[in-house]
Design a protein around this ligand. Structure first.
Ligand code: PBG
Length: 353
């Protein structure tokens, strides 16, 4: 079919354009829009779906009882005392969210050079694990292994003369993992990016008969500005000296992510993670293509806060942006997503069925 333009436009065409226009053809033997013509048709051909089963909900913890402290840089997110965390765990269960991730705001008086509070079996995280596993045992609990919520300098490892020590840090991380496993943690998630830590933690857990405790490795974790609001939430923004570029990955790299993931799998990781999420969807796709492993994405604090800030300003539809950002992870190959939007997403999915 020749493209036909109305008189006024054709009249304005020069001879060359007029010839090109009359030669142009539209091949409409295939019309992709047919599959988009109605909601039922779009649902029928949809390639990826998001369900509550895909969600891991990160919670921030704080001392006290009946306490919910808003995190200024993360609208809608609060630090919760243990009893409040138990309430949110029950909410997760009601919403069919399979797993929580716990992050403590450690009182500054209990932070020190070596992050020794990480090894206290009665620290905030351990108390929360025990309370949640007692009251809401059907919800999985994931905990970070890294020293940053506990160190006075805000780094994930031991700092000596301006250097983050690797091997010495790994020894402490193994002990931190054992303390968390003892408290009842289901998934240990090393987020520190020290070399060799997954293998050491696996060996430590197995030697202590925690053979059923899983490891989700923060395998490809980049040195990212998008962690800013998280560091407010756990109180390490005020303490962090320097940056984490000697252990977290360079945002310019992609082959290196595959090497990191391969190492963590060979050391015994059960699941791997790419972090941050949206700016690193290319990495997620490569990792999920390259390895037959459950691969997770962490939609980090800065991603959450960007969407919330724009929504609060009326610059975009927050709920639509939220859902679109999450289906993007599924499309890029994620098996699941850690997201501060988890309860809102689960509520919305519940409402839509
Ligand atoms: C701690 C840790 C961080 C995040 C998860 N675990 C921050 C960091 O490495 O500095 C970031 C999560 C987020 O931004 O939502 N190692």
């Amino acid at each position: 079919m020749a493209i036909k333009y109305g008189r006024p436009i054709e009249a304005r065409l020069g001879p060359v354009e007029a010839k090109a226009t009359s030669a142009a053809r539209l091949d409409l033997s295939t019309r992709p829009r047919r599959n988009r013509k109605a909601e039922w048709a779009r649902r029928l051909v949809r390639e990826n779906v998001l369900t509550a089963d895909d969600l891991i909900w990160p919670l921030f913890l704080v001392d006290g009882t009946g306490t919910r402290v808003p995190v200024a840089s993360m609208p809608g997110v609060e630090r919760l005392s243990v009893d409040e965390a138990v309430r949110d765990a029950a909410r997760a269960a009601a919403l069919s969210i399979p797993c929580l991730a716990l992050f403590p705001y450690t009182d500054p008086t209990r932070r020190d050079e070596d992050g020794s509070e990480a090894l206290n079996p009665d620290n905030l995280v351990c108390r929360a694990i025990r309370a949640i596993k007692k009251e809401v045992p059907q919800v999985g609990v994931l905990c970070d292994v890294a020293l940053d919520p506990y160190t006075s300098h805000g780094h994930d490892g031991l700092l000596r003369d301006g250097v983050i020590l690797n091997d010495e840090t790994v020894e402490v991380l193994v002990r931190q993992a054992l303390v968390e496993a003892e408290a009842g943690c289901d998934i240990i998630a090393p987020s520190d990016m020290m070399d060799g830590r997954v293998g050491a933690i696996r060996a430590g857990l197995d030697a202590a008969s925690f053979t059923d405790v899983s490891i989700m490795a923060y395998a490809a974790k980049y040195a990212s500005a998008f962690y800013g609001p998280f560091r407010d939430a756990v109180g390490s923004a005020m303490t962090l000296t320097g940056d984490k570029r000697t252990y977290q990955m360079d945002p310019a790299n992609t082959d290196e992510a595959l090497r990191e993931v391969e190492l963590d799998i060979s050391e015994g990781a059960d699941m791997v993670m790419v972090k941050p999420g949206m700016p690193y969807l290319d990495i997620l796709r490569r990792v999920s293509d390259a390895f037959d492993m459950p691969t997770f994405a962490y939609q980090v604090s800065g991603e959450y806060s960007m969407i919330m800030a724009a929504a609060q300003n009326g610059w975009l539809d927050g709920e639509k942006a939220m859902m679109e950002s999450l289906i993007a992870f599924k499309r890029a190959g994620a098996c699941g997503v850690l997201s501060y939007f988890a309860p809102q997403v689960a509520e919305k999915l519940k409402g839509s069925t």
